[in-house]
Design a protein around this ligand. Structure first.
Ligand code: CU
Length: 255
């Protein structure tokens, strides 16, 4: 899920400076760095933050889910900027932040308990536009069904990469609500290729103004979005390669 490794390419910083953290392929940061904002409305796939930047100790990250953030560096030393999960972090999900002149081994300091919520970035004054039609998307897993690998289905069908069937035929002048229901315990970064959607409901609550092309769907959760016009021939899939390769994909054709 990541190409970063602890000890690889240490980032040197001076005390008190801010580092623009737009490309770190990591999930979460320790309490001695603070995530100050995540915003760039013009960036495809980034959280759109119409209000005041939020300050957080951590951020959620997934394959191809991009976050534009500023990391405040105000505690000299050598720190690990990495995944909250100790096992994943130990296998390379992190980078070292090294202040100029600091000596010693990189330290990890766990942040306080943390729960990510896209609604941090919502526009509370916005009413999402109505949809012309709802597309129901039920995601399920068949454990070890394909030569020992898990097989993934959307509405009961594992996508066939050889025949590439059209799953939904849409009209360009219609607006679609995508209702994604996750009948598995895995988290999936849901991706609509070449198109974006606006989150309208997540984890049981309404929201508006968050534009994404990748959004995390939690285990056994439901997420709804309103599509902006969906581009012609847009694949819709989980952005974890193994899930996509084993059936977790559908194809929209818009005319
Ligand atoms: Cu997945």
């Amino acid at each position: 899920m990541s190409t970063a490794a602890i000890g690889q390419l240490p980032t040197t910083a001076s005390s008190g400076t801010d580092a623009i953290c737009t490309t770190y392929p990591v999930s979460v940061i320790g309490q001695y760095q603070r995530l100050r904002s995540a915003r760039r409305p013009e960036t495809r796939g980034a959280e759109r933050s119409p209000g005041t930047p939020e300050s957080r100790d951590a951020a959620d990250k997934a394959p191809r889910k991009r976050i534009s953030a500023i990391v405040e560096l105000s505690h000299p030393g050598i720190w690990v900027l990495g995944d909250l999960d100790e096992d994943d972090r130990g296998h390379g999900m992190g980078v070292v932040i090294e202040y100029a002149g600091a000596k010693g081994k990189p330290l990890w300091r766990a942040p306080p308990p943390f729960r990510w919520d896209y609604r941090l970035f919502a526009d509370r004054n916005r009413q999402p536009p109505p949809s012309d039609e709802t597309i129901e998307i039920l995601i399920a897993k068949d454990n070890a069904a394909d030569h020992g690998f898990n097989r993934w289905t959307i509405n009961g069908t594992a996508f066939d990469m050889k025949t590439m069937p059209i799953t939904w035929r849409l009209q360009l002048d219609r607006r679609y609500r995508l209702r994604m229901r996750n009948a598995s315990d895995d988290i999936h970064p849901m991706h609509l290729h070449r198109s974006r959607f606006e989150l309208t409901r997540i984890a049981g609550g309404p929201t508006a103004g968050v534009l994404k092309d990748v959004a995390m769907l939690g285990g056994y959760q439901t997420m709804e979005s309103i599509s902006l016009p969906i581009s012609r021939d847009s694949p819709f899939h989980c952005h974890m390669q193994l899930h996509m390769d084993y059936g977790f994909m559908a194809l929209f054709q818009t005319t």
